[in-house]
Design a protein around this ligand. Structure first.
Ligand code: AHR
Length: 361
C-alpha cells in the first residue's frame, strides 16, 4: 500500500507539501493509509519507493494489483477452512489482488517467518490471523519500519504499541463465553435443573489464543453467578477433533459425574461426542451430557439435527470481504476502524433444522 499510495498521490502530495510545508495533517497513523507510509519512511526511502513504483506502472492511471501476504493459523478446524476459503475467494486476481498465502500449521514461529518473507517480498499489505496473542512486537516493528500496513484478523494480538497494526477485525470471544453461560442458564431453567449441582468440564482451544482466552474467561466470569455450578477440569484440545476426543476420553475416565462439556470449538465438540458415545454414554438434548460448542459451522448444525450437540455459539469466519473493505478504504486514504467486532448469534439444537439452510459455512 505504501508504494501504491505514493504512486497515486505522489504528485498531489508533493504539490501540497510545497504549499503546506511543516503541516502534519490530522489523521492518526494507526487508522489511515497516508501516515503509515509517511511515518515509517525517511524522505530518501520515500523517494526510493516512488521510483520503484514508477518502474512497475507503465503510465499514470494504470491499476496495479494489490499484493497481500496472508499468514493463516493453519487448517485445524472447519472454521479455519471456511476462513481460508473466504480469504482466498476474496483476494483474487479478478478483484485486483495477488494473494501470497502461508499456512503456519498452528505455530507462531512459522508466522514470524512468513511475515518476514512478506516484508522481503515488499507486499502492499500484511494480513495476520495470529495463533497466539503475544510475541508480535519485534516482527511488527519490522513491518512498520518497512512501511507495510498490517491488518490483524480473527484473533487479537497483545502489543505494547497499538500503532504496530493498522486495524483488527474479528470476534468478541469474551462475549461468546458469556453467551454460552447465558444459554446454559436458560436451558437448565427450562429443564427444571436450575437448583441442581452441575458439573462441567472444558476442552479449551490453543492456550494463549484470543479464542481460548476470551471463551475461557467469559465462562469463568459468568459462572461466578452460579454457586451450584462446578468446573471439574479444563484441558486444551488445541482446537482439533482428534485432541478434543483424547481430552474427553481422559475426562470420562477421571469423572463419572460430568453434566456438561464445553468445547471451545465445534471440531473438539465432535471429538468429545465420539468419546462420549464410545464410553457408552449419551449426549445432546435427550442425553446424559450437555454439549456446548463454539463456531456454528455446517457440521455443528448436522450434529444438532442428529441430536448430539446442544448448542453452538457462533464465531463468524467470513473475514475476506471485511479485510478487503479495510484495504479499499486505506487505498483511498480513508480512515478505518481500529477495532471492528463481527455480529454473532447463538444456535441451540431446536433451531438447527430451520437455520441450517441459511448458513454460508
Ligand atoms: O480463532 C477462531 C477459532 O479458531 C475457532 O473457534 C476455531 O475453530 C479456530 O481454530
Amino acid at each position: 500500500m505504501k508504494k501504491r499510495f505514493l504512486s497515486v498521490l505522489t504528485v498531489a502530495v508533493m504539490a501540497a507539501a510545497t504549499i503546506l510545508t511543516g503541516c502534519s495533517g490530522t489523521q492518526t497513523a494507526a487508522t489511515t493509509a497516508a501516515p503509515a507510509a509517511t511515518e515509517s519512511k525517511s524522505d530518501a526511502a520515500t523517494t526510493e519507493a516512488a521510483k520503484a513504483e514508477s518502474k512497475t506502472e507503465a503510465k499514470a492511471g494504470d491499476k496495479k494489483e494489490i499484493v497481500v501476504g496472508f499468514s493463516q493459523v493453519g487448517a485445524e478446524s472447519d472454521w479455519r477452512t471456511a476462513n481460508t476459503e473466504s480469504m482466498k475467494s476474496t483476494f483474487t486476481e479478478k478483484n485486483g489482488y495477488k494473494l501470497i498465502f502461508d499456512d503456519a500449521q498452528q505455530k507462531q514461529e512459522n508466522q514470524l517467518k512468513a511475515v518476514r518473507n512478506f516484508i522481503q517480498q515488499d507486499v502492499d499489505y500484511i494480513v495476520i490471523a495470529p495463533v497466539t496473542e503475544t510475541g508480535w512486537d519485534t516482527v511488527l516493528q519490522e513491518a512498520k519500519d518497512a512501511g507495510i500496513p498490517v491488518i490483524i484478523v480473527d484473533r487479537m494480538i497483545n502489543v505494547s504499541d497499538d500503532s504496530l497494526y493498522t486495524a483488527w477485525v474479528g470476534s468478541n470471544f469474551l462475549q461468546e463465553g458469556y453467551d454460552a453461560v447465558g444459554w446454559l442458564d436458560e436451558y437448565l431453567k427450562k429443564t427444571d435443573r436450575a437448583d441442581k449441582d452441575i458439573n462441567i468440564v472444558t476442552i479449551q482451544g490453543t492456550i494463549g489464543s484470543s479464542a481460548q482466552i476470551g471463551r475461557t474467561n467469559g465462562v469463568e466470569e459468568k459462572m461466578k453467578d452460579h454457586a451450584k455450578w462446578k468446573m471439574l477440569e479444563r484441558q486444551t484440545g488445541e482446537f482439533t477433533q482428534a485432541k478434543g476426543q483424547e481430552v474427553m476420553e481422559s475426562f470420562l475416565k477421571t469423572y463419572n459425574n460430568i453434566d456438561v462439556v464445553i468445547a471451545e470449538n465445534d471440531n473438539m465438540a465432535f471429538g468429545a461426542i465420539d468419546a462420549i458415545k464410545a464410553a457408552g454414554k449419551t449426549c445432546g438434548p435427550k442425553g446424559d451430557i450437555t454439549v456446548i460448542s463454539f463456531d456454528a459451522v455446517a457440521a455443528a448444525f448436522d450434529s444438532m439435527i442428529a441430536g448430539d450437540m446442544n448448542v453452538s455459539v457462533e464465531c463468524n469466519p467470513l473475514h475476506g470481504p471485511r479485510v478487503s473493505e479495510i484495504i479499499g478504504k486505506l487505498e483511498k486514504g480513508e480512515t478505518v476502524e481500529k477495532i471492528a467486532y463481527v455480529k454473532e448469534g447463538v444456535y441451540p439444537a431446536d433451531t438447527a433444522a430451520a437455520e441450517k439452510p441459511k448458513r454460508q459455512y
